[in-house]
Design a protein around this ligand. Structure first.
Ligand SMILES: [Cu+2]
Length: 139
């Protein structure tokens, strides 16, 4: 009898520990949600006629809202904006002359259009934040 009671008590303690972990995890998630837009691993464009359109946000946590922009060769439009409350950002693809926004402040936006004919991976970067990068993948 004693051993069964002990086992139940231990199981109860484990459940409580599990709940505490869950509460902790939920608490973290909630605080992340209200500070930033979720980051998408790979974004695909919407089409405006033949133009591939990507909406990209420069976030408060110094990342882009997408890690990879997956495109086809052709004309690409990037509607770039900076999250409210964020530091300034820009959107620059050094290898593509027309793929460059100005430095934009919190809440500002700018649209750029450029054409890529060569498949490949093109680095996207913010010139203000060395770790703020993404990739335009043309295939
Ligand atoms: Cu930046």
């Amino acid at each position: 009898m004693t051993s069964i009671t002990t086992a139940v008590a231990r199981a109860g303690a484990a459940v409580l520990a599990g709940l505490a972990l869950l509460v902790g995890a939920v608490g973290c998630g909630a605080s992340n949600d209200d500070t930033s837009t979720a980051v998408v691993a790979t974004a695909t464009p919407s089409m405006d006629g033949d133009v591939q359109v990507f909406k990209v946000v420069g976030l408060r946590n110094l990342t882009y809202s997408a890690s990879t922009l997956a495109a086809r060769p052709g004309t690409i439009r990037v509607e770039f904006s900076v999250e409210e409350g964020s530091a300034s950002h820009n959107f620059v693809i050094p290898e593509i002359a027309d793929a460059r926004t100005d430095i934009l402040g919190s809440g500002e936006s700018q649209t750029i259009t450029f054409t890529v004919t060569q498949p490949g991976d093109y680095s996207i970067l913010c010139t203000l934040h060395p770790n703020m990068t993404a990739v335009l993948r043309v295939s």
